[in-house]
Design a protein around this ligand. Structure first.
Ligand code: BG6
Length: 492
């Protein structure tokens, strides 16, 4: 294939799933620190208390409405297990883990900064020195091996204090808080970090507004305002990043997947078109620079009124994202003929089974062509450089007695994904910056909070209740990926 010399290979992670050390070094709590574990059948829950002492736990399901009871304040409660508290302990294993990444030949390591590790309340005037130092150590370690960090400023990690005081991103105060936080970290890590992503899967604002925006009332009005505030914050941060260091590049991060109609009934095509609009609205604004009419019309129909300023739209048009990155794991199928189709069991897609594809135990279909399709969709629409920053296979891997993990199913999946990505470059001429597989090292699943749903090239000895030595074991896919990187994607 013809991936250019600057094409970057690597792996991805998120602080709330990986880092642990949730109360170490002066860190404040974030949205995920009050989210319990779950499973494929049992949703994760946000725990809370009221001032009258009442406590409870509200289920959080991707794609379903979410609202905490009136007066409920999210908090940690006894008797629940919170997987983000330890993650897989990157906090104490970063040297070892980065060494593994170097051994695979990573050019890039995608990680998120835990916003409340830098600003414990999210908007403190002065940063927490220990928090800044922690990431300094990580970036220095990466530099030792010539690994460039790709930093997500917020990967579902809205500081809890901002959620409690302002109800999350529905309040414009969060724009200022985020710009302030970005200003601190971009100045502090100048020269060490040059690739930034603002918000992980920004369209989670619609699908999981608590994760995407720290909303404890995910009404349509709040989601629309939350999205608007994210867009304004993104443009301000793009402007700021370029002022701080002209070398900085700030990307959007979108959750994107191909969606197929189950039948050729035009009604199915319309259903797919509308589902795509729901995703692409976010990139039309953040990368394209303009609110699309289909969304404005929707707001008009639904009586949504934004707290906006003329200046917001000027900023959005003038400072769009420099590149568009996205996550893409699977494709989905939609239909208006539900009686003829079988539900996929993928709670996060609400789709149905694609009879041409195999699925994992969580109902995620393995689609060998999905990246070519996704890359073409996005390239044709924006003509901006693209970056696949998440793609991988969740599997209940087995550690053998000899310390090996034979994940040939993951190799098979990745081989097809990389081939599909290469087709988009070779056949279609898409401009692609790189690929960071999810995840470099095993970490907690975001959707279910399980350890059992593993993605990494390196196995971590930890179970769903937080037991295990945390010892690391390279899987078979580790050695395979090393070969792929060394051949710049030729030896698959
Ligand atoms: C993406 C998220 O949606 O998918 C990650 O950005 C997440 O945080 C990944 O881990 C895989 O999803 P899951 O639910 O299998 O962990």
């Amino acid at each position: 294939m013809v991936l250019n010399k600057k094409f970057t290979w690597g792996g991805a992670s998120a602080a709330n799933q990986y880092e642990g050390g949730y109360d170490k070094g002066g860190k404040g709590l974030n949205a995920i620190d009050v989210l319990t574990n779950g499973s494929a059948t049992e949703p994760r829950k946000v725990t809370w208390k009221k001032t009258n002492g009442e406590t409870g736990a509200t289920p959080l399901v991707w794609g379903k409405k979410f609202k905490l009871p009136e007066g409920a304040i999210p908090t940690i409660l006894d008797g629940y297990y919170y997987p983000s508290h330890q993650g897989t302990d990157f906090y104490h294993h970063y040297k070892e883990d980065i060494k593994y990444m170097a051994e695979m030949g990573f050019d890039v390591f995608r990680l998120s900064l835990n916003w409340s590790r830098i600003l414990p309340n999210g908007d403190d005037k002065k940063p927490n020195k220990q928090g800044l130092e922690f990431y300094d150590k990580i970036f220095d370690e990466c530099a030792k091996y010539n690994i460039k960090p790709l930093v997500t400023l917020s990967h579902y990690e809205t500081p809890l204090s901002l959620i409690i005081r302002f109800g999350g991103w529905k309040d414009r105060h969060l724009i200022d808080a985020f710009v302030h936080y970005s200003d601190i970290v971009m100045r502090h890590y100048k020269g060490k970090v040059k690739y930034w992503l603002t918000f992980n899967e920004i369209n989670a604002m619609d699908m999981s507004p608590y994760m995407g925006g720290g909303l404890i009332d995910g009404s349509e009005q709040n989601r629309a305002q939350g999205a608007h505030n994210l867009f304004v914050a993104s443009s301000k941060v793009v402007k700021l990043a370029h002022e701080i260091d002209p070398e900085n590049q700030v990307g959007q991060m979108l959750a994107y997947s191909a969606i197929y109609p189950y039948t050729c009934d035009p009604k199915d095509q319309i259903k797919v078109m509308e589902a795509k609009q729901a995703m692409l609205f976010y990139s039309d604004v953040q990368t394209g620079g303009h609110y699309p009419n289909y969304r404005l019309k929707k707001y008009e129909r639904d009586g949504i009124k934004l707290d906006d300023r003329l200046e917001d739209y000027k900023l959005i048009a003038k400072y769009p994202a420099d590149f568009l990155s996205f996550s893409c794991y699977t494709s989905n199928v939609l239909t208006t003929h539900n009686a003829d189709a079988k539900a996929s069991g993928n709670v996060s897609s609400g789709g149905i089974v694609n009879p041409y594809l195999e699925s994992n135990s969580w109902g995620w279909a393995t689609d060998p062509d999905v990246l070519r399709i996704a890359l073409n969709d996005l390239w044709d629409r924006y003509h901006k450089p693209l970056w696949v920053v998440e793609n991988g296979l969740g599997w209940s891997d087995k550690l053998e007695e000899d310390g090996k993990v034979h994940d040939d199913y993951r190799i098979k999946y990745l081989r097809a994904q990389i081939k599909s990505m290469e087709d988009a470059v070779d056949i279609d001429g898409v401009d692609l910056m790189g690929y960071t597989m999810w995840s470099a090292i095993d970490l907690v699943s975001n959707g279910t909070g399980e350890m059992k749903k593993r993605y990494g090239f390196v196995y971590v000895d930890r179970d769903d209740r937080g037991n295990g030595s945390l010892k690391r074991y390279p899987k078979d896919s580790f050695y395979w990926y090393k070969k792929v990187i060394a051949s710049n994607g030729k030896d698959l």
